[in-house]
Design a protein around this ligand. Structure first.
Ligand SMILES: C[S@@+](CC[C@H](N)C(=O)[O-])C[C@H]1O[C@@H](n2cnc3c(N)ncnc32)[C@H](O)[C@@H]1O
Length: 285
């Protein structure tokens, strides 16, 4: 796909496609990233049977059998870089302070945590290991759900098999206690930890499935909003608000301030981390 003169039909189709992708995924490609998206889309088109960009657009927008094509596009366009122990302060605050407090204050209710863009699983598994290390290993009382819209990343997460690059920040004693080297340059996470995280498919921009996510105490959504438009962030954080219990916490990455975007949450400090805590309001969204 070449973006030729402004107003050309290819350019127009590309703009329509970028807007459709934005509506369905939240991912925003402004003018500076238009080159990137057009080269990725042209790679996909070359390997497909679509005769034009417009054909591809209509298929994605209207065809009931477009799911697989959307999955392909989602995994081609979204960055799924992640690693163990990334921005660990928030995980530590969760494992050492928030979860123990909730377990103590609500003895008959499980603590429910949702990693909403978990990629290949390093983030939720870091939490599961941190909980184990903090002595909070009451499996039936701590629920960890993890979702993403990249099927290949979810398959890797379920397998618990990782290459060296996932371990750039992990303490060596954690690596040796929880992983086994499989001899082919990969490390396998132990089964006890793997069983503690429930992985499933979820698109953050899908209202129906987002509406089903209820009663969470803590939501992680880190290193995703940097790729989203403000409008999409506002939408998703409104839905998270409904998903959270009273005074529940939302963690985003340090670089992803929500202060300009939503007033539904209050910025609070928990140990060395910042979290957005659900505010009480009379007119919830
Ligand atoms: C950079 S990774 C971040 C992983 C992890 N949270 C971390 O901080 O290391 C971003 C992930 O967001 C996912 N993602 C992007 N847009 C999404 C959407 N609309 N719905 C669900 N997942 C999405 C991508 O598939 C990718 O796995």
């Amino acid at each position: 796909v070449e973006i030729d003169s402004p107003g050309s039909s290819t350019n127009l189709a590309l703009k329509m496609l970028v807007e459709l992708i934005h509506q369905r995924t939240g991912l925003s490609f402004d003018n500076s990233r238009l080159d990137l998206i057009s080269s990725k889309i042209s790679t996909i088109l070359q390997a497909s049977n679509f005769s034009s960009l417009l054909d591809y657009y209509y298929f994605l927008k209207y065809d009931n059998s477009a799911d697989d094509e959307w999955f392909r596009l989602q995994s081609a366009l979204a960055v799924n870089e992640t690693y163990f122990w990334r921005e660990y302060d928030a995980i530590r605050a969760t494992a050492e302070e928030i979860v123990p407090r909730l377990l103590r204050d609500r003895p008959y209710q499980p603590v429910r945590i949702w990693h909403s863009a978990c990629a290949s699983g390093e983030e939720p598994y870091t939490l599961a290991i941190a909980l184990e290390e903090a002595g909070n290993n009451q499996k039936d009382r701590i629920i960890i759900d993890a979702t993403d819209f990249n099927h290949a990343a979810l398959a890797q997460a379920r397998s618990g098999l990782y290459k060296q690059r996932s371990f750039r920040r992990i303490p060596t004693e954690i690596l040796s206690s929880y992983f086994a080297h499989n001899g082919q340059g990969r490390y396998q996470l132990n089964e006890d930890i793997r069983k503690r995280v429930n992985f499933s498919y979820m698109n953050l921009m899908d209202e129906a499935s987002m509406g089903q996510m209820r009663n969470y105490d803590i939501i992680f959504c880190r290193n995703v909003f940097i790729y989203f438009s403000d409008a999409a962030i506002r939408q998703v954080t409104n839905w998270f608000y409904r998903s959270l219990n009273t005074s529940g916490y939302l963690f985003v990455a340090a670089a992803e301030s929500l202060l300009r975007i939503t007033h539904l949450y209050e910025l609070v400090e928990v140990q060395d981390a910042f979290a957005y805590q659900k505010r009480l309001r009379s007119n919830d969204p």
